[in-house]
Unconditional design. Structure first.
Length: 706
């Protein structure tokens, strides 16, 4: 079924573009988002001149090895970089950073995922303004659904994620920091048109931002819509029984997000913010190009919606005592439809169903920062969250056109974390950070459905807890050079899906499943001298209690069960640099080497998938004249392991080289025209077997700033 196009949203989009052309007065272009030069942590200040949304948690998001003036940093990508490279979704944006790569889940889920130094989306929490985006049943987030034009910067902690920022940071964390106004009238409107390699229409992205900053308060509203009509395959793709040349079947999707907030700033230190974010999406799932259509699942998501309502406070009680507090409510509403065939017109076979999820989470956290003296300070944080998951499935047994609705199945779980962090300056230029936390989960209710007895199953509930510890020594060797060494020992709690899902009768539950654990070691250095900036890091991670699927016999039937029997290690290094060759010409890039050993005792030929051993990103910024800028980029990736549709046979996808070009022209101080091309070489490559990536494509962009 084609993605529904909402006429109201179309009207709104066209009206926004028209209004920007006729109503917005002359303006100046937005300044660059300034990136702090301190490579030891991201400290988003509450100053009124800061264009980054400062809130309790984002101040503690620790991002190491940053590059202050480079277009592409080591662990942060700014709004400026996302705009100039036309990176409109989260997966596209983070893929330019070292140590980070994107993957495609493939199969019928059609999801984009992110790996941080080999750690998956389950092991690296995603936060929006410091509030975790969490799906309590399986937490299988689709990073391709998250749009970026309203994001001020994306911060990524790799390996070492501070315990102050909440639980589950086994492999790091990702924090999306939304924009906020910095002037009395602050506005932006942007529109992109996407074209395929033949110049045909491929979709659009539209973004609008309006806000005001006054002496004692501010408010803002933003809207972003990303509409993909279709993706186009490389001209080198050879047609198969499931996919012809040209347009990728079922590759359409639609995502939009609104973000609004109002903040009160009674003085220079305190801030009180009420914020609301809502995102809605719908998508189809392309078929595997190898298997015949009759063998495949035909799935679509007419609903993929999340929202967040939050209250955040930041109060300086005394000169040396700061209290931060936050309350929030999150929801997730999801519908998955499975059809009989690729026409998506009937649901009468046993494989057809409609799966309904509705999740709601209530949470809060508080942090107290006490500056004991000029050399010593303590942070204490407490995090609590209650998640409720509701689901039911509508099946179509024996060709019954009306289907059968299962009763609702509910799960309720509480998550907590108590953390303590100490920052001590051994010398003015030598800082030691030590931290520890205790995380625990309380499972109050877990239900499933038995098709054999046609009744609700109440699973055995188990509560789990675990300790975490970390330390980091940072040395500011000079004004130009800094270095650090760190250690982090963190856990990740298993999801409800991992503990209780029966995989349509192919698995049994394991309520005793323990948390996974990773010990992360890192040493790094950051160097900035005149026209050269460089960052490097070596890292090693040791995994224990890794969750893997264990084959077994249950009542004479071959099934599986998740168990903590996997182990392994990841290691490698990263290099990042930018060199200013001339006043109008600079070149930069990064390289990552990563090797993963992950042992699954059940699969003799097992290989960890989706992460290439070698990855590089190279770019050049050239301004031949004052108003014209060119940014060519080159994305290089080596082979990565993948599996066939059965998940049994392993093989490599093949390397790729993706050349892109981005150009902008400053028509006036207020108006900017952009254009570009991606995959200029029209490479026919894939990240997962049977799911080729988009071929050569183009875009045109118009941007207004007030």
């Amino acid at each position: 079924m084609p993605i529904r196009r909402n006429n109201f949203k179309k009207t709104f989009t066209l009206f926004s573009i028209y209004s920007s052309l006729t109503l917005i007065p002359p303006v100046v272009m937005a300044q660059n988002i300034s990136v702090p030069s301190d490579n030891q942590s991201v400290k988003q200040s509450n100053k009124k001149t800061n264009n980054v949304f400062a809130q309790p948690s984002s101040e503690e998001i620790t991002v190491y090895g940053k590059q202050g003036k480079a277009l592409i940093g080591n662990s942060v990508i700014t709004h400026k970089a996302m705009d100039e490279l036309n990176l409109n979704t989260l997966d596209e944006a983070v893929d330019v950073l070292p140590g980070v790569n994107i993957g495609s889940i493939g199969n019928s889920r059609n999801e984009r995922t992110i790996y941080v130094r080999g750690f998956s989306r389950l092991q690296v929490p995603l936060l929006l303004d410091g509030i975790r985006i969490y799906l309590p049943y399986d937490n299988r987030l689709d990073f391709g659904r998250f749009v970026t034009p309203d994001i001020s910067e994306i911060q990524i902690s790799k390996g070492y994620a501070s315990v102050i920022d909440g639980p589950d940071g086994m492999g790091g964390l990702i924090n999306l920091v939304t924009r906020k106004p910095k002037k009395k009238i602050d506005a932006e409107v942007r529109s992109n048109i996407n074209l395929d390699h033949n110049g045909g229409y491929g979709g659009y992205n539209v973004f609008g931002f309006i806000g005001t900053r006054q002496e004692k308060w501010y408010t803002q509203f933003s809207f972003d819509e990303n509409n993909i009509d279709h993706l186009t395959l490389s001209s080198k793709f050879k047609p198969t029984i499931s996919q012809g040349k040209g347009k990728r079947l079922f590759s359409d999707s639609l995502d939009w997000r609104i973000n609004t907030k109002i903040g009160i700033t009674p003085n220079d230190t305190d801030e009180y913010v009420l914020s609301y974010t809502r995102q809605e999406g719908e998508k189809n799932a392309p078929l595997n190009t190898i298997d015949p259509p009759s063998y495949q699942k035909v799935w679509s998501w007419p609903t993929w919606n999340i929202d967040s309502l939050s209250l955040m406070t930041d109060t300086q009680i005394r000169d040396n005592l700061i209290l931060k507090f936050r309350l929030y409510r999150n929801t997730f509403d999801n519908i998955l439809r499975s059809y009989d065939n690729i026409s998506q017109t009937s649901q009468t076979m046993k494989k057809a169903f409609n799966s309904y999820y509705y999740d709601v989470g209530y949470g809060g956290d508080t942090q107290l920062t006490w500056d004991i003296n000029q050399r010593d300070s303590i942070n204490f944080a407490f995090y609590g969250r209650l998640d409720e998951h509701n689901e039911h499935t509508q099946n179509y047994p024996d060709g019954n056109p009306s289907g059968y609705n299962q009763p609702n199945q509910k799960s309720i779980e509480e998550s907590y974390s108590a953390a303590l962090e100490n920052i001590f300056y051994i010398l003015p230029e030598l800082k030691l950070i030590t931290g520890g936390s205790y995380d625990w989960r309380k499972l109050n209710q877990a239900e499933g459905f038995s098709s054999d007895t046609n009744s609700i199953i109440s699973y055995q509930t188990k509560n789990k807890g675990a300790l975490n510890g970390q330390a980091r020594l940072a040395w500011q060797m000079s004004n130009k050079t800094s270095s650090y060494v760190s250690f982090s020992d963190r856990v990740r709690f298993p999801s409800l899906f991992e503990r209780f899902s029966t995989r349509f009768g192919g698995a049994v539950s394991n309520p005793n499943l323990k948390p996974e654990r990773a010990k992360n070691y890192e040493i790094g250095v950051n160097y900035n001298f005149n026209n050269i900036s460089a960052t490097g890091a070596f890292f090693y991670s040791q995994l224990t209690n890794a969750i893997v699927s264990f084959p077994m016999l249950y009542e004479g039937v071959s099934i599986s069960q998740n168990r903590n029997i996997g182990h392994g290690d990841y290691y490698g290094f990263e290099l990042s640099t930018e060199i200013k060759l001339l006043k109008n010409l600079s070149i930069g890039g990064n390289y990552t080497y990563i090797h993963r050993n992950l042992h699954d005792p059940n699969i003799p030929n097992f290989h960890p998938t989706d992460v290439p051993k070698h990855k590089a990103f190279i770019y050049t910024t050239w301004k031949p004249v004052k108003k014209l800028q060119f940014i060519p980029t080159l994305d290089i990736s080596s082979n990565r392991w993948t599996t066939d549709s059965t998940g049994i046979y392993y093989f490599k996808t093949g390397h790729y080289l993706n050349l892109s070009m981005n150009a902008t022209y400053q028509i006036t101080d207020q108006l900017e025209l952009g254009a570009g091309a991606k995959n200029l070489l029209d490479q026919n490559y894939q990240l997962a077997t049977g799911y080729p990536e988009q071929g050569q494509n183009f875009y045109i962009k118009l941007r207004f700033i007030y």
